[in-house]
Design a protein around this ligand. Structure first.
Ligand SMILES: Cc1ncc(COP(=O)(O)O)c(C=O)c1O
Length: 355
């Protein structure tokens, strides 16, 4: 038994792996592999339609929002967003609360002015800035809902009249939120939505078409909308895996049901960490992420020993990010509560041995 705590690409439901592997050999009894069907066939259109409809239902979105599956990973959205929304002479407001947000800021600066309204860089991004003001004339406000590397999460949507843009790569569909409040949401699929190689982008149509610059076709969201996400050859297999994963989520009872389990996983792991002085969570309590739990041990030799113990017990992917050290336990939607039970039992055992 392997327990996969990787931060992404990460664990997906077992039934998704099984269905996806069957479809590689024979897609829905057609005698064709999902890898060899054309993206403009009705076979693929059905997959895309179901993926789009299920995502829309899970997020309770109406017709004012368009949903797209695009290439290039979330990192492409770091520049595609400002290219579509921000003129050279205009200003966008950004929150600097983690490694990924910092990268988004760097890219946005190429296409306009950036007002960094607050930053938690002073404490290595171990908290989420609060009480910041968003200038009313900002073209949009961008923030990362969950900081995958540092293990912080913004638990409420900021109150502002400025259009909201959000990188939800590592917590999309993990908790109830009013997705309709956002003008643009993007997320790499490889954590809560499906396989790597595709992004989901949710965009309100009425914020588009207002920039002066000429946009390359593949960068222009409006062209993707017009072409129904098949402007060119899309990542067919990755979208198929997204469809299966979204379908699985719906079968679990949707976002409200998975949030309950995610809350239980987070409570169990953080309570265990708080009860064992050998481990030290690194982020401010009120900003703790329910997706990525980051902690260290003050004794670095013990860290190595614990890591080895985890490996011996079939647990993979708990090393912290190469820039952060320590440990990071990622527990996206497909991670069962049982895996967290097994991990916390091992932590308790290890702490008792070392006491
Ligand atoms: C919050 C967040 N944004 C952006 C990215 C970058 O995603 P990609 O590798 O798909 O470009 C990641 C990757 O883990 C992430 O966690």
């Amino acid at each position: 038994m392997v327990y996969n705590f990787n931060s992404g690409p990460s664990v997906l439901p077992q039934e998704v792996f099984e269905q996806a592997s069957r479809a590689i050999l024979d897609f829905n009894g057609t005698g064709l592999s999902i890898l060899e069907i054309g993206h403009r066939t009705s076979l693929f259109q059905e997959v895309l339609d179901e993926a789009l409809a299920t995502a829309r239902e899970l997020m309770h979105l109406g017709n004012e929002h368009e949903i797209l599956f695009l290439h290039g990973g979330a990192s492409t959205q770091f520049f595609q967003v400002p290219m579509n929304l921000l003129n050279d002479h205009e200003t966008a407001a950004y929150l600097d609360c983690g490694t990924w947000g910092t990268k988004a800021i760097k890219e946005a600066k190429i296409f306009g002015n950036v007002d960094v309204v607050a930053s938690s860089k002073d404490k290595n991004y171990t908290y989420v800035p609060k009480g910041f003001a968003i200038p009313k004339n900002a073209k949009y406000f961008h923030y990362t809902t969950n900081n995958t590397i540092e293990g912080t999460q913004m638990h409420a949507i900021p109150e502002t009249d400025v259009p909201l843009v959000s990188d939800m790569s590592s917590d999309i569909l993990s908790r109830m939120m009013d997705f309709s409040r956002f003008d643009l949401i993007y997320a790499g699929a490889q954590k809560n939505i499906g396989a790597a190689g595709v992004n989901i982008v949710i965009v309100k149509k009425d914020i588009l078409g207002k920039v002066e610059r000429k946009l390359p076709t593949m960068i222009d969201y409006r062209q993707h909308i017009e072409a129904g996400s098949v402007l060119n050859t899309p990542p067919v297999f990755a979208i198929y895996v997204c469809m299966l994963t979204l379908r699985w989520l719906q079968q679990q009872g949707g976002v409200a049901a998975i949030e309950k389990i995610n809350d239980q996983k987070a409570a169990l792991l953080y309570d265990t960490l708080d009860s064992l002085p050998i481990f030290r969570p690194t982020v401010a309590k009120e900003d703790r992420s329910k997706m990525n739990v980051v902690f260290v041990m003050d004794d670095k030799a013990l860290e190595k020993e614990f890591l080895a113990t985890c490996k011996e017990n079939g647990m993979v992917g708990i090393e912290g990010h190469r820039t952060a050290g320590g440990f990071r336990v990622s527990m996206y939607n497909a991670m069962p509560l049982e895996s967290i039970r097994v991990l916390t039992e091992l932590m308790k055992e290890f702490a008792t041995q070392k006491a």
